[in-house]
Design a protein around this ligand. Structure first.
Ligand SMILES: NC(=O)c1ccc[n+]([C@@H]2O[C@H](COP(=O)([O-])OP(=O)(O)OC[C@H]3O[C@@H](n4cnc5c(N)ncnc54)[C@H](O)[C@@H]3O)[C@@H](O)[C@H]2O)c1
Length: 455
């Protein structure tokens, strides 16, 4: 089997990928057991709990479509900060000529702040966006059970907690749903709607429609660690880091990813977002994680060294003051090589094709797992999640579409090789093996699951 060329994309391929994306976005709105004519619950007034990064963005996304929002925070400082960030964001849009002053004023009047949980009382929809802590979220939902009006939708913006465990503390689990917005929520075009075991169909239909009204693509997921998007992202991230331990340098991984079509490589993204995101949580998880597989802790070591990324002038790269251009840093490259030696790894050169296979095939394998478990309804839902929320290059069509283009037999052969070389993380997904054995591809699955034609 000759290797697939990840970089060769013809004009015809681009046209097909664009048609695929359009088809996926339309198909994602259709949920087999929820009729399109389902009566939606009214959304006249919304409450958002937590005025941080996400809560503020969600409040803006709601005000932008004319829905009045009450933004609630437990701390006066948190609320003030959240409201002033909203004002600043709108003011910046006015300054850039993207919004007129009258519209800004109108939107600002739609957002009111409160320090009282009781302010949820008139809301038809409550979106919780407090810290990612199960106990804290359960506590909020216990209060909502008492304070929210009957029939109100109770949504959580959790990035990956078990929403069934949140729903279980209420007497109305049918009203509880996941509404996973992406940061910044008033800008990003993806909304993952997460269906818990008891979520009522009209609750799902109402949230899917809310995403549409906000100009976003709504994708339905079921509960799974990281739902659809972050479940695949974990594989991508993990392999990028293993590649660095095994022989590639951050700029080599990033160069392969940008040549493939990503606007930025993953290490440049880490430096931009801050390597310390999730630092303490990950440290805390080290004691209890599975012992049968390899883990990657390099990023934690960077944090221990104060290499948080752009904000500290050093991360996977170094930065000149006032300049966000990532520059290679001999100090971190030396450290990486020493770390490999400490781990007993003999570093070897990685070519771009191997880098891309390891970064992308883990995502494809995980995508197959999501499909076989019904976490994602169709391969196209995974593709559109990636195209709208994770910067996957539009001309590559999404991870599952790419897998079909490469040929599933070739993808599986490589995954088997990687499994033999690297162990547990690469266990091939049974669905992938089944499709290859039957000579089928992911697109065939889309037809059989949704009985809709693919482009
Ligand atoms: N930041 C992201 O990129 C992102 C993306 C998707 C989802 N999420 C999820 O969104 C949620 C919020 O994340 P964030 O980044 O906005 O957090 P954040 O730290 O920016 O904001 C959290 C806010 O919640 C407030 N808060 C804490 N306890 C509260 C309580 N009991 N009652 C009312 N308010 C309370 C805090 O004062 C703070 O203002 C988390 O579940 C996170 O996993 C975050």
């Amino acid at each position: 089997m000759s290797d697939f060329n990840f970089f060769q994309v013809s004009d015809e391929d681009r046209v097909r990928a664009a048609a695929h994306a359009k088809h996926c976005a339309a198909a994602a709105t259709r949920i087999p057991d929820i009729p399109a004519e389902t009566t939606l619950r009214p959304l006249r007034q919304v409450a958002v709990i937590g005025a941080g990064t996400m809560g503020g963005g969600i409040a803006m996304a709601l005000a932008n479509i004319g829905v009045p929002v009450t933004l609630i925070d437990a701390s006066a400082q948190g609320l003030d900060k959240g409201l002033s960030k909203i004002r600043d964001n709108y003011a910046t849009s006015v300054k850039r000529g993207k919004l007129d002053a009258a519209t800004m004023a109108e939107r600002l009047t739609l957002i009111t702040g409160s320090l009282e949980m009781a302010a949820v009382a008139p809301a038809d929809l409550v979106i919780e966006a407090v810290f990612e802590d199960l106990g804290l979220k359960q506590d909020i939902f216990r209060q909502l059970d008492t304070l929210a009006r009957s029939g109100a939708i109770l949504a959580t913006n959790t990035s990956g907690l078990d929403i069934d465990q949140i729903a279980a503390v209420t007497k109305r689990p049918q009203d509880v749903v996941g509404a996973h917005f992406f940061s910044p929520a008033h800008v990003m075009k993806l909304l993952e709607v997460v269906r818990a075991a008891k979520t009522a169909p009209d609750v799902i239909a109402t949230l899917m429609d809310l995403g549409r009204r906000m100009g976003k693509t709504s994708v339905l997921a079921r509960i799974y660690p990281g739902f659809i998007g972050n479940a695949l992202f974990r594989q991508y991230n993990r392999e990028a880091h293993f590649l660095v331990e095994d022989g590639a340098l951050p700029h080599e991984v990033d160069a392969a990813l940008t040549r493939f079509g990503y606007a930025m490589g993953i290490f440049a993204v880490h430096d931009m977002a801050g390597n310390d995101v999730g630092w303490q949580t990950r440290k805390a998880q080290m004691a209890t994680r599975a012992k049968d597989r390899r883990w990657n802790d390099l990023i934690l070591k960077l944090c221990d060294m104060g290499r948080f990324g752009q904000k500290s002038g050093r991360g996977w790269y170094r930065y000149e003051p006032g300049d966000r251009t990532p520059r290679r840093d001999p100090e971190i490259e030396r450290f990486i090589v020493e770390e490999s030696a400490r781990m007993g790894i003999t570093r070897r050169p990685m070519d771009e094709t191997e880098i891309l296979k390891r970064c992308l095939y883990g995502m494809i394998n995980e995508g197959a797992r999501l499909l076989e478990q019904g976490i994602a309804l169709r391969p196209g839902d995974i593709d559109i999640t990636y195209l709208t929320g994770y910067g996957f290059p539009a001309h590559q069509g999404g991870p599952m579409y790419l897998a079909d283009r490469i040929g599933l037999a070739q993808v599986l052969a490589d995954i088997r090789r990687l499994h033999a070389e690297h162990g547990a993380w690469w266990q091939p997904a049974p669905l992938l093996e089944k499709l290859v054995a039957e000579g089928r591809c992911f697109a065939d699955l889309a037809v059989s699951q949704t009985t809709e034609p693919t482009p």
